[in-house]
Design a protein around this ligand. Structure first.
Ligand SMILES: Nc1ncnc2c1ncn2[C@@H]1O[C@H](COP(=O)(O)OP(=O)(O)OP(=O)(O)O)[C@@H](O)[C@H]1O
Ligand code: SF4
Ligand SMILES: [Mg+2]
Length: 359
């Protein structure tokens, strides 16, 4: 049977349209969604050589990423260093301008927002960084920092109202009013991350992009901050896009997971399904590296990938994973055709030509 092939400008190669539904066609109705991201692209200019000539072309940091977020859910975004997780998070919030793609927040076109609409969006969608210290002004006390945020956004009312709101915010993140007059350097790592979260919550957001929120913290403190994030989500109905290296953490906190490789999502599924039955060879390799007390029947031992992640300046032709892929069915088609994210099971999409669907 001949393969249906269309030409799209992705990595300069033909795109493979398989038999299952494409992710892009499977978006839930817009009314149910807080965030819709379709075909997000962010390319950075390459380093420049003498006479202004680009040295190595564009860095394809994010190369056609699509996902959605229901209100109140958590999507975990995972993948090796440099695969484009942070760039995705920042581009979705327009902290950096996307090169292409569509972003809708509560149905509104984020890329078309004027200054005023963008300001309102920035209140509703906040980012929490990995390094809480780097994102806190060292010259402001905690009280002054939170007061400034409230004043800028005209929240909390008069001085007394803002003071009450600040006390409430600190309490909500597990700190006390005794911390109001302290400076960031007087806090431990875990407390600083609590402050970073309090600052984000001050503007009453609906969406938090959490970029490695606990990876800079001691293991003993990580669980406390994760519990805080879970409590806040339950209390305030927050929606999370959580970016993390730690696959056990992502399994613990996420409803759904998306796995990135070289600027693209290669697999996405509900969390239990993705961890129990991964359908992309890259996901299998990532998961095989997690030490588990309860090895899942049928899961092979650790899969060690050969070679480094290729440069996002010149990604491989066809399936971007093909130079490292251990799939026994890999063939020359893998170097020629770019696999789309295709439905393999209900709610489960993977970009692999050699994985049959069970739909
Ligand atoms: N401002 C920039 N200019 C040029 N290249 C960039 C820029 N920011 C990121 N990149 C490149 O884009 C790619 C994706 O980077 P990104 O920071 O999004 O990855 P990541 O998945 O968050 O990695 P990590 O897990 O290490 O945080 C990398 O190759 C990175 O070097
Ligand atoms: S398409 Fe081919 S190279 Fe890519 S993941 Fe599947 S088997 Fe591996
Ligand atoms: Mg990052």
């Amino acid at each position: 049977m001949s393969e249906p092939v269309v030409s799209l400008p992705v990595h300069g190669a033909a795109t493979h349209l398989g038999t299952g539904p494409q992710l892009e066609e499977a978006f839930p109705p817009a009314n149910d969604l807080l965030l819709e991201v379709r075909g997000l692209v962010k390319h950075f200019p390459g380093r420049r050589r003498r006479a202004g000539r680009a040295a190595g072309g564009h860095v394809r940091a994010v190369d056609g990423v699509s996902f959605w977020l229901h209100r109140g859910e958590t999507l975990g975004l995972v993948g090796e260093s440099g695969c484009g997780k942070t760039t995705t998070g920042r581009a979705v919030l327009r902290l950096i301008e996307p090169t292409a793609g569509e972003i809708r927040f509560r149905g509104q076109d984020v890329r078309a927002m004027d200054r005023q609409a963008l300001r309102a969006f920035r209140r509703q969608a906040q980012i929490v960084f990995q390094d809480p210290f780097g994102s806190l002004n060292p010259r402001l006390t905690v009280g002054a920092m939170l007061d400034e945020v409230l004043r800028v956004h005209r929240l909390g009312g008069d001085r007394d109202g803002r003071r009450r709101r600040i006390a409430e915010l600190l309490e909500r993140v597990g700190l006390g009013s005794e911390h109001v007059d302290r400076y960031p350097h007087e806090f431990s790592g875990g407390q600083r991350q609590r402050l970073g979260i309090a600052r984000s919550l001050a503007v009453e957001p609906e969406l938090l992009v959490l970029d490695e929120p606990v990876s800079a913290l001691d293991v003993s403190v990580q669980a406390q901050v994760v519990n805080l994030l879970e409590d806040l989500q339950a209390e305030l109905g927050l929606t999370y896009l959580i970016i993390a290296h730690d696959l056990s953490l992502v399994e613990h906190v996420s409803d759904r997971v998306a796995v990135m490789y070289l600027g693209r999502i290669v697999e996405t599924a509900p969390v239990a399904e993705l961890y129990r039955a991964p359908r992309h060879p890259y996901t299998r390799a990532l998961l095989s590296a997690i030490p588990r007390p309860d090895p899942i029947a049928g899961r092979a031992g650790r899969i060690v990938l050969i070679g480094d992640v290729p440069s996002p300046v010149s990604p491989p032709s066809g399936c971007p994973f093909h130079p490292r892929c251990p799939h026994p069915g890999k063939d020359e088609g893998c170097a020629r055709l770019v696999p789309d994210l295709e439905g393999k099971a209900p709610g489960h999409f993977a970009a692999c030509l050699k994985e049959a669907g069970t739909l």
